[in-house]
Design a protein around this ligand. Structure first.
Ligand code: SF4
Ligand code: SF4
Length: 207
């Protein structure tokens, strides 16, 4: 890739910064939500879910679709992330036969940061899981949780898998990239501040 004045040269193509951005980060105006069959007579089965005590929720927080949000602008999503229950994750394309990695939003796992790329969706419990199940009522859960169809083997199928989620968020990579940069900087500054406070406290106690 070459940058020539304000143009970007890709092979035989010369693109303006805006064209490059839409190509690289996706064009939100082209987003059309996937049809998601939600048959609550199948997706709600409290008895079966109670018997397994949330196997799926113990693996990872469930994923959102962009249509779970009413405001997909930077500030709209930041307001949601600041409530403390959502993380930005990466879906690695090669794990799901997709041609690219995409940032997505999902429920935050226990003791994890806002920016939390995980390589395995099998090892960290959702922060909203309690002894008595999910803290959220069914209709407020992310699409990835709502569209699971519980079954007795607890190997539950879904009408909205992680690759669908990655494809949908593909149109919103610019805003998610900006949000990741914002929180990564905030979290590393916060971590450094915490370390300094710990050092100062230790020094004070030693005096
Ligand atoms: S959806 Fe399936 S894995 Fe998740 S709690 Fe219900 S039965 Fe268990
Ligand atoms: S939000 Fe609720 S349904 Fe989704 S993973 Fe967390 S505890 Fe489970």
């Amino acid at each position: 890739m070459l940058i020539y004045n304000t143009y970007i040269v890709l092979g035989d193509f010369m693109l303006s910064e805006e064209e490059f951005s839409l190509l690289f980060y996706g064009d939100p105006s082209k987003y059309k939500p996937f049809s998601k069959e939600e048959d609550t007579s199948l997706t709600i089965n409290n008895e079966v879910c109670a018997s397994c005590k949330g196997v799926c929720c113990k693996m990872c927080g469930c994923h959102f679709s962009p249509d779970d949000f009413t405001d997909l602008s930077f500030n709209g999503l930041k307001n949601e992330l600041d409530l403390g229950h959502i993380s930005i994750d990466v879906v690695f394309g090669e794990q799901f036969y997709l041609d690219r990695n995409n940032l997505i939003l999902r429920m935050r796992n226990k003791d994890r940061n806002v920016y939390d790329p995980i390589t395995s969706r099998r090892d960290t419990e959702c922060s909203l899981l309690t002894e008595t199940g999910c803290l959220l009522p069914y209709e407020e859960r992310p699409s990835g949780g709502r569209l699971l169809v519980p079954n007795l083997t607890h190997n539950c199928r879904t009408n909205y898998g992680i690759s669908d989620c990655s494809k949908e968020w593909g149109y919103f990579q610019k805003v998610l990239t900006e949000l990741s940069a914002h929180y990564r900087e905030f979290e590393s500054t916060h971590q450094i501040e915490n370390q300094l406070v710990k050092k100062l406290t230790k020094r004070k106690l030693q005096k």
